[in-house]
Design a protein around this ligand. Structure first.
Ligand code: SF4
Length: 74
């Protein structure tokens, strides 16, 4: 069940890779040095590490919203 939505702004991504370090399950770096988000709909179980990824991003390129559209990270 997907409870949260990830919004990823590739234009803001500078390829720092901290999201990949924080949550390798859902983030990787593409050949263009931009993050690739595997799934943009995540469950409660996946939330903690994805929040860590969103908080680690120096350019705030990753945002997470709950089902009601309230921002939960960063
Ligand atoms: S942490 Fe942010 S800037 Fe770095 S790769 Fe991930 S999305 Fe891009």
């Amino acid at each position: 069940m997907a409870n949260y939505t990830i919004k990823y702004n590739s234009g803001a991504c500078i390829g720092a890779g901290s999201c990949v370090a924080a949550c390798p399950e859902n983030y990787s770096l593409g050949s263009d040095n931009k993050a690739i988000v595997k799934t943009k709909t995540i469950t409660d179980k996946e939330l903690k590490k994805n929040i860590a990824a969103a908080k680690s991003c120096p350019t705030l390129a990753i945002e997470i919203y709950d089902a009601k559209g309230k921002k939960v990270a960063p």
